[in-house]
Design a protein around this ligand. Structure first.
Ligand code: ADP
Ligand code: MG
Length: 457
């Protein structure tokens, strides 16, 4: 029987498969409406969402549901507005999701095309700096809730923390498809909590979090100084931990240096295995670049790979950005890729590689630079089309590439309302798949953003 629990598990899985922006824009608000032996009806808040999900996400939703149910499921999307507080929760499950192996149509589910997720152990290149975190994450998947519980991974930005965290989710789902895995950033957790408090639905919020099997919480450093969030994290942690559920946390700093944080949380975060990750060494950077070039199907000569690996040293995200920029530069100018061309791509325009965190401001600057606009123009009120498109792209990138909330993004873009931001994010998400020019613009801005201008004065 396909039930609420199946859909909850599917949502957890989809959150790992899709980008944060796509998931938040299209599936977060979905609800379980009805299930049968091999049918599932999912509700979406309006006609537009229903059409979009049906058109763009049906294959992946079906793939995930088929796997969890281990049979060929007929998935239907309908318009069905439901209060957020009633969204699916494992506590409502009348019976557990079907386990692997009993279903009559199991072979059909297995025959469907495999998922091609981005963040898996397979496409993570484990080097010296990440070997402990990598091994511990794998062990946590082999025996969830075992000795590496909680697993706390910390390290500076762009070193693969989120990648490893999502890889854990994939791997566990792969092993036990019915396992309810929940990936959440501590910021989103806070927002959900605040919304639940306002709506008077904290008990639904609690049961949602306390009835899962694996909690993956990204960037926990953001709960520093937030008392009610800390309290909620503490109780969620204790409930899951004492029930033997696996918890994996990431942060940009160690438990002891997250401040202010209540002592009881510091102790709990550190009571399992704490693994730090360090920037990759030269050999690992080479391996990562080869892996990324292969993933985008680009034939990048070894000398170019070596040049990039020696130019960008501290941050894998920047390394990826530099590679993308070089590939695009060569393609746009119809040049054969060589060290000379790579050098031009990185230096001729006055840029050099530099590690830095992605901030809202850096995205604003990169978008302005790409479209030759001023920050006043992009944050201003004018609705001229030469401004609205870049503005929407900025909203999309800020939502996709940072953990900032919609109101924070609104504030960065001239004090806009969060619904305006959501509109822009959705608009770009919708257009992206069918618009190569837009894809190119977004990738070039991302590449631009991973490189900073040298000091000139
Ligand atoms: P963090 O969460 O630590 O800021 P991410 O996990 O978002 O970093 O990683 C940034 C980018 O670098 C992602 O695209 C990720 O896939 C990639 N990446 C980081 N480390 C590795 C690695 N060791 N192998 C392959 N890709 C990596
Ligand atoms: Mg991260």
């Amino acid at each position: 029987m396909i039930d609420r629990g199946t859909w909850t598990a599917a949502l957890g899985r989809l959150q790992l498969e899709l980008s944060n922006g796509h998931f938040a824009a299209w599936l977060q608000q979905s609800t379980f409406v009805e299930g049968g032996i091999s049918s599932l009806v999912v509700g979406l808040p309006n006609a537009f969402a229903r059409e979009t999900v049906d058109r763009s996400f049906r294959p992946i939703v079906k793939e995930v549901v088929d796997r969890i149910a281990d049979r060929d499921v007929d998935v239907t999307f309908v318009i069905h507005a439901e209060d957020v507080s009633n969204s699916p929760s494992r506590t409502d499950v009348s019976e557990p999701p079907p386990s692997v192996g009993h279903a009559p149509a199991a072979s059909t589910a297995r025959r469907s095309a495999p998922l091609q997720p981005r963040y898996t152990f397979d496409n993570f290149v484990a080097g010296e700096g990440t070997s402990l975190a990598y091994a511990a994450a794998k062990r946590a998947c082999e025996s969830p809730g075992g000795s590496y519980n909680p697993l706390f991974i910390y390290g500076s930005v762009g070193l693969g923390k989120t990648h490893l965290l999502k890889a854990v989710g994939h791997e566990i789902n792969q092993r036990v498809p019915s396992c309810a895995v929940r990936f959440v950033t501590s910021e989103d957790f806070t927002h959900e909590l605040v919304t639940a408090i306002r709506a008077g639905s904290t008990s639904a919020f609690r049961s949602r979090y306390r009835s899962i099997d694996v909690l993956l919480m990204d960037d926990v450093q953001f709960i520093a100084g937030r008392e009610s969030t800390q309290q909620e994290v503490f109780h969620t942690f204790d409930t899951l931990y004492s029930a033997g559920k696996q918890i994996v946390l990431t942060s940009d700093r160690s438990p002891q240096t997250i401040r202010p944080l209540s002592d009881r949380l510091t102790t709990r975060f550190a009571c399992g295995l704490v693994a730090d990750i360090q920037p990759p060494d030269f050999e690992t950077r080479l391996a990562i670049l080869r892996c990324k070039a292969l993933a985008v199907g680009a034939d990048v000569p070894l000398p170019v790979i070596e040049f990039l690996a020696s130019s960008v040293t501290d941050n894998v995200r920047d390394l990826e950005g530099a590679l993308t920029r070089v590939i695009f530069f060569a393609q746009c100018n119809k040049l054969q890729l060589s060290v000379d061309v790579a050098q031009q791509a990185l230096h001729r325009t006055g840029y050099r590689a530099a590690p830095r965190a992605l901030t809202l401001r850096s995205i604003t600057n990169a978008v302005c630079e790409h479209f030759s606009l001023t920050t006043e123009e992009i944050a201003g009120r004018s609705r001229a089309s030469r401004l609205t498109r870049p503005r929407h792209i900025a909203m999309y990138l800020m939502r996709e590439d940072t953990n900032h909330s919609l109101p924070a993004i609104g504030a960065e873009l001239g004090g806009r309302d969060h619904t305006t931001i959501l509109y822009g994010v959705r608009k770009i998400s919708r257009q992206l798949s069918g618009d190569p020019t837009l894809q190119l613009a977004i990738e070039s801005i991302r590449a631009l953003n991973s490189l900073t201008k040298p000091y000139t004065g």
